[in-house]
Write a protein that binds this ligand. Structure first.
Ligand code: ACO
Length: 428
């Protein structure tokens, strides 16, 4: 028998249906609430609101579970490649060898970006943040492929946009780095795999050969997989919301990049390293900074700590912490920042303030230390997150279109002035 919830309002009882997910998640379905009762719900920040039903990612914040299409993140991070995971998220299943080869080669074929787009890089100021460049370039792709504007429901055309996005995002990202350091851009090399190609475009120079280190490739594969999707987070919800107006896929993804940029979301990975460097420069007094983070009159927060959903541990942070030790050991890097991060985590996890509020290191706490060890500058950290998150955004957008979801349009409770009459400026 299907479960219902009862709502008693002004003495009247309403029966509301309850939707139950695969993992026994329960939601009171209020789709008809306003029609039935004249009331809306108020949930600032959507802390209790399910915006959709989704078959892509399951996470349980209380027990620290994260699965893409049913597969535990721990298994995917250890055994699969980023493109395999991208296929899983976007098309719903792990690819066969033949399907993966086909998917990889289609992506490889689209890695070049239109020569005219090179001009855009000239126009950005040297100090432009690469996230700003990335969002602008992805949005610009829609102007180079105008046919994509009308093809949201044609699977073949959508697939072509998917290959283009997956392929061009790493070229766009690497070129924004080259721009920032004033080095010549490096064109994609089709004989390399996805991650190798990105590293080559980032670090190859006309003056010397760039040797791709398999340790670095593996580390990057893992990081991209860990970032690939995270259900209805701020940027994924943005992509779905923008896409729900029938905006094209390029533009919806550009909006996701912008949402990710904020320091409370993907921008936190850059902020973590900056925070750790600041604490180190300040003499390494960890307790002082933990106390500042607890002080309500001080705007300082421990970046890389806390999560809207994880209230026990972030499974991605566990994997990254271990990967961090492995990668630094294999590369022979001794980074005092890693020791500082571990010491900070230890102090914070024993502190009543953090225990009470269930604040734990999130995915961003250790990722920057790996990026730094493999030579990626901190301004590029959030860009790396965006490359990883792209398949998730695409999957979320595709699902929203397939579900024929209506345009996203929340309501509000108005708290401004009541009606008043316009007064002439001379009388104010
Ligand atoms: N340092 C100090 N205090 C914190 C922190 C922190 N990092 N995070 C939360 N708190 C405190 C808040 O001050 C609040 O305290 P109060 O109840 O006494 O007022 C309580 O913990 C709850 O915090 P909220 O901000 O209400 O929690 P919310 O779920 O809205 O925010 C968020 C989650 C944004 C991630 C928050 O923990 C934060 O700002 N963390 C730092 C930024 C960060 O690392 N972001 C990356 C998130 S992971 C990702 O997006 C990939």
């Amino acid at each position: 028998m299907s479960k219902t919830a009862q709502l008693i309002l002004d003495g009247k009882t309403y029966e509301l249906p309850v939707t139950i997910g695969t993992e026994d998640e329960h939601a009171i379905d209020i789709r008809n609430l306003r029609d039935l009762t004249g009331h809306i719900t108020l949930d600032v920040g959507y802390k209790n609101t399910g915006a959709t039903t989704s078959a892509i990612t399951f996470l349980d914040g209380e027990t620290g579970i994260l699965r893409y299409r049913g597969y535990p993140i721990e298994q995917l991070a250890e055994k699969s490649s980023f493109l395999e995971v991208a296929h899983l998220l976007i098309y719903g299943e792990l690819p066969t060898k033949a399907t993966l080869d086909d998917f990889s080669s289609k992506i490889t074929r689209h890695t070049l970006i239109h020569e005219d787009m090179k001009q855009f890089y000239m126009a950005f100021p040297r100090k432009a943040h690469p996230m700003g460049i990335m969002a602008a370039m992805i949005s610009s792709l829609s102007t180079f492929y105008p046919e994509s504007l009308e093809t949201n429901r044609d699977p073949e055309a959508v697939n072509l946009t998917i290959y283009r996005l997956m392929a061009k995002i790493s070229t766009i990202a690497a070129w924004s780095y080259k721009k920032s350091v004033g080095h010549p851009i490096v064109y994609p090399l089709n004989k390399l795999n996805y991650v190798e190609n990105f590293l080559n475009m980032m670090f190859a120079m006309p003056t010397e050969e760039y040797k791709i280190d398999p340790v670095v490739v593996q580390a990057l594969e893992t990081l991209l997989i860990l970032h690939a999707d995270h259900e209805q987070n701020c940027s994924a919800s943005t992509v779905r919301m923008v896409g729900s107006s029938q905006a094209n896929l390029f533009s919806s993804i550009a909006a996701g990049v912008i949402a990710l940029w904020g320091p409370l979301h993907g921008g936190a990975n850059q902020e973590v390293i900056e925070m750790l460097e600041m604490i180190q420069k300040d003499g390494g007094n960890i307790q002082k900074w933990v106390d500042k983070a607890k002080d309500k009159n001080d705007p300082f927060r421990l970046m890389g700590f806390g999560h809207r959903v994880y209230k026990n541990f972030d499974p991605r942070a566990r994997i990254i912490k271990k990967a961090c030790d492995d990668v630094l050991l294999k590369l022979g890097v001794n980074d005092e920042i890693l020791d500082l991060a571990k010491a900070l985590e230890e102090v914070a996890l024993k502190d009543e303030y953090f225990i009470e509020r269930k604040l734990y290191p999130n995915v961003d706490f250790y990722s920057g230390i790996i990026y730094k060890a493999i030579g990626i500058p901190k301004e590029m950290f959030t860009v790396m997150f965006a490359i990883g998150r792209l398949p998730g955004w695409i999957a979320q957008w595709k699902e929203m279109i397939a579900n024929k979801e209506p345009i996203g349009r929340p309501r509000q409770i108005y708290t401004g002035p009541g009606e008043r009459n316009y007064s002439n400026i001379a009388n104010r």
